[in-house]
Design a protein around this ligand. Structure first.
Ligand code: BG6
Ligand code: GLC
Ligand code: GLC
Length: 924
């Protein structure tokens, strides 16, 4: 015999006794009555089986494994922490679905920890049956009307009301204010709502109604409202249990255990939706024919089988079915039923509560039965009381088994043997049936002996908790608005991009003509791409990107072979004296020659020098100004080739033959052009950004000759230095510019390239922190440090394969401790900044290819662009955004982007090789 305590839970035979001690049932009852009551008895073993099976079902759902049968759903609610009690403000709460056919509206004032508690005002409205079963729009219109009616009598402003929507049905939430109804439960079945966002439906209805401007800020399940409304001071309450029309619970789960969430820290509130628990093996043995009949005749047959044994909507109906059964078999009411007793839903939860209450006595039971059109005898009343108790006791015990499963889950996930926990309880079954809680409590103690559970009745029927969630949601929504406002100037329209393209075209034309323009359009003296007949060994230098490289390039019949070495250029050298810089470069060359066994040989040298130079020939280049992080003194205005030759002379030991000076864009174009003859544009998006392309010589005013082509280095990084981009420039661009070593210069580059994007992001983050939107408004020393955000971080953060938690880890490595809300915002900031960069770059490329197409008078141009640069290559979306923008703005050009594999050094060597070949030919 397995029996649990004094609750009459027995297994096997034994005299039927009333499920409540102290209330013996009449002994002269027929076997049929006893048999009936016996069916509602649940053994300890059965309860444990339900507890175990439900726990299994919960854990399976947490892991994201959904079995064929509908099990518990484990729905994340977007509530991440229990309230601190600091929340403040006035909130409207609308409750739908918790308590049968009634809808409740509340006005809740939260006064924070110190404030005096203010009692909420509330009003209940009965939802007509035809509304509960009619079109969805009608239901939401009804709700909006109730809201207006309630607010009409309050001294409130029409504007800016914030509403929390307690919607107690299973929903997939995708945000605090986004929730899709999975299926109606309980007595509702409105059309066109399942699969819809119920917040939007309510917003639409409020708008249709038009009387008030109300912002629906949060949507919550009743269990969550119950949990969140727990009075602060009694310790965190981490379980919410509702037994009202239906039944359900929520609890705080470790986020890392919730497979559908992308989170590894903190907790998240999960609505279990245990009403749909349906394991046949566990529930089958405790289900009676009455449960089957009830389910069969319900609005949702086959669904919510567990709820139908516990929820207040069903308890009266179960009692009614038993009474009809016993009456029809002549056991009760002299074998008579009544039309009322025979009609579905005639016995309500209130009736059961009254009849069951021992203090009410037989007279009360009599009165209720008479109201049902029955004519009870004295023994009938006693038996009816027993039936009510049997049904309710079983409900409380089943509910206890389910709660025990939640407690076991909490013990597992928190790895605590003994758990001390507060459970907030809410719903009419608790309010009206004091015995329900005592049976529940006693059964839980037996099923979860290691848990010390305190049950705390909910405040204001959960309304306060809904207001708490609404307060948090309102704060988050305000933050989101500020974020959107901050990022709005980064979101460029097609018109704005087309305008950039047009201005770029104009600046290119002026630059070529030698008129005032922010585009210098520098001739490079590169007139042709390699033809494949070049041969020989060449040295190349590559200065101006992330790395300084020295290369040995062997051009043979078999192709191009490269050996190279990276050398560092310390910042003190890049920004020291020119002599120091060029001496350092020569030191690196000497070292390289020694390592390669080239000492004493005078190989032709190509110099990739990625800065704006005015060239008068291939081997002459006057540095116009430094860009990016370089600022070595006494170089601007000098011929870089001379500076290099002087350093070689100072070093005496080396012999070098500098043949060509090449911009990195040109090196990239040549390098890609060796593989693809269509490659007539070179694009760099790395530390800096720039483009070169093949222009018709007739258009180049500063170089003699009208036929043929010449590669033009646009130096587009300086685009906008005449103020033409000021419309697009944000306050953050201005800050980045002001703090740079060349304020007012390279404005286009500063919106696009790797050296600056991280800084733009950092300035935005500083601003959002000052608004209190990020990092809880706490400015940190780290964030005030220049250049802590490298391009690399942007690329990593925006990678699709990265979970939000990894984004958080990257930022934490930078010394920025942040929440997952913060991490999401930082990600959005990065996306906005890099998207603008890619689109601006695309608008520039569109201008260039369109110019080439028009130069050649073509209807359609097919062209390739050789590209290099860390930002372009490492960023997960940059390249596709550039391509998409070009397609949009230059629809008549078919543009292929080729990534350069070997860097511009190879291109510089090829330029050198072409020059040597031509020189040889002239000598011949
Ligand atoms: C490389 C070139 O391929 O690309 C460099 O060889 C150039 O000279 C660079 O400056 C641009 O990329 P980053 O990201 O290194 O500036
Ligand atoms: C039903 C709903 C659930 C709700 C419960 C209690 O089970 O599906 O969302 O919490 O009733 O009202
Ligand atoms: C800077 C330089 C330019 C170079 C570009 C890419 O804009 O001025 O010459 O091509 O960076 O490295």
């Amino acid at each position: 015999m397995d029996s649990i305590g004094s609750l009459g839970l027995q297994q096997g035979e034994g005299a039927p006794s009333c499920p409540q001690e102290g209330l013996p049932c009449p002994s002269n009852s027929s076997e049929m009555v006893q048999e009936c009551l016996q069916q509602f008895k649940v053994t300890g073993a059965q309860l444990r089986q339900i507890q175990t099976s439900l726990l299994g079902s919960m854990e399976q759902a947490l892991r994201g494994q959904v079995g064929p049968a509908p099990a518990v759903r484990m729905l994340p609610t977007y509530v991440g922490s229990t309230p601190h009690g600091t929340e403040k403000g006035d909130f409207v709460v609308l409750e739908l679905g918790a308590t049968g056919a009634s809808l409740r509206v509340l006005w809740v004032t939260l006064t924070g920890i110190e404030g005096h508690k203010v009692e909420p005002r509330s009003q209940e409205f009965v939802i007509p049956q035809e509304v509960m079963l009619g079109p969805g729009q009608q239901l939401f219109d009804f709700a909006a009307r109730c809201l207006s009616e309630f607010l009409d009598v309050l001294p409130v402003d029409n504007q800016g009301l914030q509403l929390g929507f307690s919607f107690s049905f299973p929903c997939h939430q995708t945000g605090l204010d986004k929730s899709t109804l999975i299926s109606w439960t309980k007595g509702f079945k409105c059309s066109d709502v399942e699969g819809q966002d119920v917040v939007q439906l309510l917003r639409d209805a409020i708008q249709r109604q038009g009387a008030y401007s109300i912002d629906v800020v949060a949507v919550v399940n009743d269990t969550v409202g119950t949990m969140m409304g727990c009075e602060p001071g009694v310790g965190p309450c981490e379980v919410g249990l509702v037994v009202d029309t239906g039944t359900n619970a929520c609890y705080m789960e470790e986020a890392r255990h919730v497979a559908v969430l992308d989170e590894d820290r903190g907790r998240v509130c999960i609505s279990i939706e245990w009403g749909s628990f349906s394991d046949e093996g566990a529930l089958g043995p405790v289900q009676t024919i009455f449960d089957h009949t009830l389910d069969h005749e319900s609005l949702n047959p086959g669904a919510q089988r567990f709820e139908k044994m516990i929820g207040g909507l069903y308890l009266g109906e179960l009692v009614r079915l038993v009474l009809v059964h016993l009456a029809q078999r002549g056991v009760l009411f002299g074998g008579h039923t009544s039309p009322v007793l025979r009609s579905q839903g005639s016995i309500l939860l209130e009736h059961v509560a009254e009849m069951e209450d021992p203090s009410a006595g037989a007279a009360r039971v009599h009165a209720v039965l008479q109201d049902l059109g029955l004519n009870p005898k004295a023994s009938d009343a006693e038996w009816v009381q027993c039936v009510c108790m049997a049904v309710c006791t079983r409900a409380a015990q089943l509910c206890a088994a389910a709660l025990a499963a939640v407690l076991s889950r909490l013990q597992h996930s928190r790895e605590q043997q003994a758990l001390q926990i507060a459970v907030a309880t809410g719903g009419r079954v608790f309010e009206r049936h004091p015995r329900f809680l005592s049976v529940l409590r006693e059964t839980v103690m037996l099923l979860a002996p290691n848990c010390d559970v305190s049950f705390i009745p909910s405040v204001d029927g959960g309304g306060r908790g809904v207001a708490m969630v609404t307060a948090v949601a309102a704060r988050l929504a305000a933050h989101r608005r500020l974020l959107e406002e901050t990022l709005a100037p980064f979101r460029l329209t097609r018109e704005q991009l087309a305008e950039v393209q047009a201005q770029m075209r104009e600046a290119m034309a002026k630059g070529l003509q030698g008129e005032a323009s922010s585009l210098r359009m520098l001739p490079t003296y590169v007139r042709a791409t390699p033809d494949g007949s070049e041969r020989g060994d060449f040295l190349a230098l590559d200065l101006g990107g992330t790395n300084f490289r020295v290369l040995l390039v062997r051009v043979t019949t078999g192709g191009v072979q490269i050996s190279s070495q990276i050398y560092s250029i310390p910042e003190c050298v890049a920004q020291g004296s020119g002599q120091q810089l060029f001496d350092h470069i020569v030191d690196c060359i000497v070292d390289f020659q020694q390592k390669q066994g080239l000492s004493g040989q005078s190989l032709p040298l190509g110099f990739t020098f990625s800065f704006p130079c005015r060239q008068m020939g291939l081997d002459q280049g006057i540095l116009l100004n430094w860009t990016k992080g370089f600022n070595a003194s006494d170089c601007e205005g000098q011929d870089v080739v001379c500076l290099l030759r002087e350093a070689i002379r100072r070093r005496q030991a080396v012999e070098l033959n500098v043949v060509a000076i090449v911009n990195d864009t040109v090196g990239t174009m040549m390098s890609c052009g060796y593989e693809d003859p269509h490659c007539e544009v070179g694009l760099i998006v790395g530390t800096g950004t720039n483009v070169c392309y093949m222009e018709e010589l007739r258009n180049v005013a500063s170089v003699d000759g009208d036929s043929g082509q010449m590669c033009i280095n646009t130096e587009w990084g300086a685009f906008g230095d005449d103020g033409s981009l000021s419309m697009l420039s944000t306050r953050f661009d201005a800050s980045v510019d002001q703090e740079s070593i060349n304020p007012g210069k390279q404005r286009f580059e500063k919106m696009i390239s790797g050296m600056y994007l991280g800084e733009i992001v950092r300035h935005i983050l500083l601003h959002l922190t000052s608004l209190g939107v990020l990092f809880r408004g706490q400015q940190t020393q780290r964030l005030q440090t220049r250049d802590i955000f490298k391009t690399k971080f942007l690329s990593e953060i925006e990678s699709d394969s990265l979970a939000l938690r990894q984004v958080r880890a990257i930022l934490e490595d930078l010394g920025l401790p942040l929440t997952s809300d913060d991490a999401l915002m930082v990600l959005e900031v990065c996306q906005a900044v890099s998207q603008r960069a890619a689109q601006l770059c695309g608008a520039g490329v569109a201008a260039v290819v369109e110019k080439i197409r028009e130069n050649r008078g073509l209807e359609e141009l097919t062209i390739s662009v050789g590209v290099d640069g860390t930002l372009y290559k490492l960023h997960p979306h940059f390249s596709s955004l550039v391509a998409a923008t070009v397609r949009e703005l230059a629809p008549r050009c078919v543009v292929t982007f080729l990534q350069s594999e070997d860097g511009s050094g190879k291109g510089a060597a090829l330029v050198t090789a072409v020059a040597c070949r031509l020189a040889q030919r002239t000598r011949i």
